[in-house]
Every structure is written in C-alpha cells, then in structure tokens.
Design a protein around this ligand. Structure first.
Ligand code: ITT
Length: 190
C-alpha cells in the first residue's frame, strides 16, 4: 500500500521505512510532485504536523503522514519547542542553537527537557495523531559528535551520556522519533 511521507529527508525516510516494514511503500514529497516548501506556520508541533499532512492530502488525495519535532526545556517554558530548527538563526544552524541554549540555561539548576515528535496520519481522509517523547536533561557542555541538532546537549533519563555519544541504533531505540514511529506502525497495522 502506498503512503506519502511529507519529507525529502532521506535519513528520516530510511529510518521510518525500516520500522514500518514492507507492507507499505513509503514515498517522498518529490516522488508525488510536491517540490515547494510546505508552510509550517503552526504555533505548536501538533499544528505543524497536521498542516503538513493536510497539505499533502489536499494536493494528492493519497494516504499520508507528516512529522514535527521539538526540544521542550522546562525552565524555558517549553522553548525552543516548535522553533527548535530556527532557535538562534533563520537557518538550521545547530552549533548556534546549542550555544544559545547553553547561554539561556547558564546558572539554571533545573535542566529538565524532553524531545517530542508528533506524527499526523491521514488515512482514507481521516486524520489521527501519535507522539513519541523522551525525557532527559540538558548537559552543561556539549559532548559527543554523533547524531545532529541538540544531540550533544541531551542526556536521556537513566543514562549518563548524551545522544551524540550513543550509536545511531542505541539512540533510535529510545528516541522520541523512534517511539513516535513505533506508535505509527501500530496504528497502520490495526
Ligand atoms: P524537515 O522539516 O525538513 O523534516 P527539520 O530539521 O525541521 O527538517 P524536525 O522537525 O524533525 O526536522 O526537527 C526540528 C529541529 O529539532 C531540528 O532542526 C533539530 O534542531 C531538532 N531535532 C529534531 N530531532 C532531533 C534529534 O533527534 N536530535 C537532536 N535534535 C533534533
């Protein structure tokens, strides 16, 4: 069964395809002729995932899903949240984002944070959402060079290393995205 994933990110595509399995042929935006950037103007992760999925459904009529992810830091009232990619600058400047996060948390004792991934799925015109969360803490300095984004600063609960110090498999087995995709698989297989 064909299903569109609202991304052109090959890394995400292979991660999701590996979990969701062979019953579904997952295709990217490019493969269904959507080449423009889909507006992500929502105020929350849930809204953005929904906006992206609905855009694809309206343009193709095909079953589809879209994701949005953010890092929510308790002492910063949930920031950077929906603005995680553009926290410090307009682009995806991971180094600048990490510097800004460390600066904002300078001298702050409460380092609690969580990554949250929301996936909006539209099947036969009906939308539903699943999410995946991993709780943890923000380190006081960057460590490790694996992963991407905020990984060098995020220490998942129960561990004493950052996501960037883990293997990709280890991170995926406990990560927000890994959990959201597992929840998606359950819904798809119902
Ligand atoms: P696309 O919209 O092109 O898929 P994106 O970078 O906006 O790419 P996400 O919505 O998944 O993708 O993530 C938003 C930001 O959150 C991302 O740019 C990172 O800064 C951060 N982020 C997401 N997942 C992460 C992870 O597993 N580890 C570290 N940071 C992550």
């Amino acid at each position: 069964m064909k299903i569109v994933f609202a991304t052109n990110n090959q890394h995400k595509l292979s991660e999701v395809s590996a979990v969701v399995g062979s019953d579904f042929e997952i295709v990217t935006l490019r493969e269904v002729g959507i080449t423009e950037d889909i507006p992500e103007t929502g105020a929350t992760l849930d809204e953005n995932a929904s906006l992206k999925a609905r855009y694809v459904y309206e343009h193709t009529g095909l079953d589809c899903f879209a994701d949005d992810t953010g890092l929510e830091v308790e002492a910063l009232n949930g920031a950077p949240g929906v603005r995680s990619a553009r926290y410090a600058t307009d682009g995806h400047d991971f180094a600048a984002n990490n510097r800004k996060l460390l600066a904002e948390l300078e001298g702050v004792d409460n380092r609690k944070a969580r990554f949250r991934t929301v996936i909006s799925l539209i099947r036969n015109g009906v939308e539903q959402q699943v999410e995946g969360i991993v709780e943890g803490d923000i380190a006081t300095a960057e460590a490790g060079c694996g992963g991407f984004g905020y990984d060098p600063l995020f220490i998942p609960k129960g561990y004493d290393v950052t996501f960037a110090e883990m293997s990709a498999d280890e991170k995926n087995s406990i990560s927000h995205r890994g959990r959201a995709v597992a929840a998606l698989k359950e819904v798809l297989n119902k």
